[in-house]
Design a protein around this ligand. Structure first.
Ligand SMILES: NC(=O)C1=CN([C@@H]2O[C@H](COP(=O)(O)OP(=O)(O)OC[C@H]3O[C@@H](n4cnc5c(N)ncnc54)[C@H](O)[C@@H]3O)[C@@H](O)[C@H]2O)C=CC1
Ligand SMILES: Nc1nc(O)c(N)c(N[C@@H]2O[C@H](COP(=O)(O)O)[C@@H](O)[C@H]2O)n1
Length: 226
């Protein structure tokens, strides 16, 4: 394949929201689901988020379990997978937790419209991929990641990046944990935002598995290829 195997892992409320209307992070997953997410991180070559998630949540995207970190080191890998931000205009703050916490490579994917000075600042802390004119060209960027040795890529949102990846046919599998709460609010981000598919082109999924975890349910979906 020209691009990595790519999956999305996300936690949503029972009404399909992934954060509040103020874009504040919500603890949807319980301990078991956070551990499952940690295992997915540890088993991936890279973890990717959109700049909206970095600005809203300031995630570190590190592997949390010392045992999983040790396993990676024993396998000759960095403690953490490569951490990637899709950031068309290079808005990533230089003091983001992705830079401050944990060891390992970071990649920022920007577009040609990113201010040169900002790109130069970020270049001191991360490798930079330039792709697309006004916004990141996701298919091209994914091919570049594959060339850089990333074979298994975990996408952790948010809503806009999920749309960008799904609408470009770049996702192979989706894992959604649906938690036991309602967030509500028409402006709260949902699992997939963006423009939405035209009525005749809705994306059909194949259900691979459904598992009750604590007070929620984990759904595993396959996105059939064209
Ligand atoms: N519950 C969960 O599992 C998660 C929830 N979240 C929530 O999601 C929210 C953030 O989501 P969003 O604001 O939608 O931001 P996002 O994280 O999806 O980032 C979107 C940004 O990515 C950049 N981008 C560049 N090229 C793109 C392209 N070709 N297609 C799509 N995006 C492109 C754009 O600058 C765009 O604004 C936060 O409130 C966060 O808390 C985020 C991750 C996981
Ligand atoms: N799986 C999952 N369950 C939840 O309840 C969540 N709120 C999230 N959010 C994701 O986790 C990121 C935080 O990562 P760090 O702890 O900083 O490493 C956050 O940005 C979302 O991507 N996920």
């Amino acid at each position: 394949m020209e691009r990595p195997f790519i999956f999305i892992n996300s936690a949503m409320s029972a009404d399909g929201k992934i954060s509040t209307k103020e874009r504040k992070q919500v603890k949807i997953s319980g301990k078991i689901d956070f551990n499952r997410m940690d295992q997915l991180r540890a088993g991936s070559d890279a973890i990717m988020v959109g700049i909206g998630t970095v600005l809203a949540d300031d995630p570190s995207l590190t592997v949390k379990s010392p045992e999983l970190q040790d396993n990676r080191i024993k396998a000759g890998l960095d403690t953490n997978p490569v951490r990637i931000i899709v950031d068309s205009t290079a808005r990533t703050p230089c003091d983001a937790d992705i830079f401050k916490k944990g060891e390992g490579k970071r990649i920022i994917i920007v577009s040609e419209s990113a201010p040169v000075e900002r790109v130069a600042e970020l270049q001191e802390q991360a490798d930079i991929i330039v792709s697309g004119k006004e916004k990141v060209d996701l298919p091209e960027a994914m091919r570049e990641l594959k060339k850089r040795g990333i074979n298994r890529l975990m996408v952790e949102g948010g809503a806009t990046l999920n749309w960008g990846m799904l609408s470009n046919g770049l996702i192979d599998e989706i894992y959604t944990f649906v938690g036991n709460l309602i967030i509500g609010g028409k402006s709260s981000p949902t699992f997939v935002d963006g423009d939405g598919f035209p009525e005749k082109e809705l994306l059909k999924l194949e259900l691979m598995d459904a598992e009750k975890i604590e007070d929620g349910i984990l759904l595993k979906w396959k996105v059939p290829g064209k």
